[in-house]
Design a protein around this ligand. Structure first.
Ligand code: 4NP
Length: 151
């Protein structure tokens, strides 16, 4: 069983999109039983809040539900509990390192790394462009699953 935690600043826009896209792709590939997926925040800013309407909408357009998900802040225990801690941007990576006290087991990655791309996932917080986030999240998660479960 592989355990993946997707992480962003607030856990209401980018990382929940990655969580539910990943669950959908696992289902499609018949791999759901082999992987546990969650998402979390690096800040307490949105603690307990539901997924942002922009992310809910773009997921719903693709027949994906994120019902019941509320934001939670990650903690150092997550470093032991998960195999992959995947941030959406470079600032997330710095925060994850700070919260976990480093990355001794090499579990922390930036999502688009798996596409051989050093860029950040498009942040819809100021732009309102959830479609750009959707495209980045999809190519990142698809590349991640290709690496974790090569056929
Ligand atoms: P997320 O988006 O990190 O993708 O969930 C944001 C959510 C909240 C804030 C910024 C980005 N904020 O400043 O509260």
């Amino acid at each position: 069983m592989k355990k993946i935690l997707f992480i962003c600043l607030g856990n209401i826009c980018r990382s929940p999109m990655a969580e539910f896209v990943c669950k959908d792709m696992l289902e499609e590939r018949g791999l759901s039983r082999l992987c546990h997926v969650e998402s979390a925040a690096t800040s307490y800013e949105e603690q307990g809040n539901p997924v942002h309407p922009g992310t809910r909408r773009v997921l719903a357009e693709h027949g994906i539900t994120c019902k019941g998900k509320t934001a939670r802040r990650m903690d150092v225990q997550d470093y032991s509990d998960f195999d992959y801690l995947i941030g959406m941007d470079s600032s997330n990576i710095r925060s994850i390192h700070r919260i976990c006290g480093g990355d001794p087991e090499g579990k922390v990655h930036k999502l688009l790394e798996f596409c051989g791309d050093s860029s950040d996932v498009a942040d819809p917080w100021y732009t309102g462009d959830f479609q750009a986030t959707w495209r980045d999240v999809n190519r990142g998660v698809s590349a991640l699953l290709d690496k974790l479960f090569p056929d």
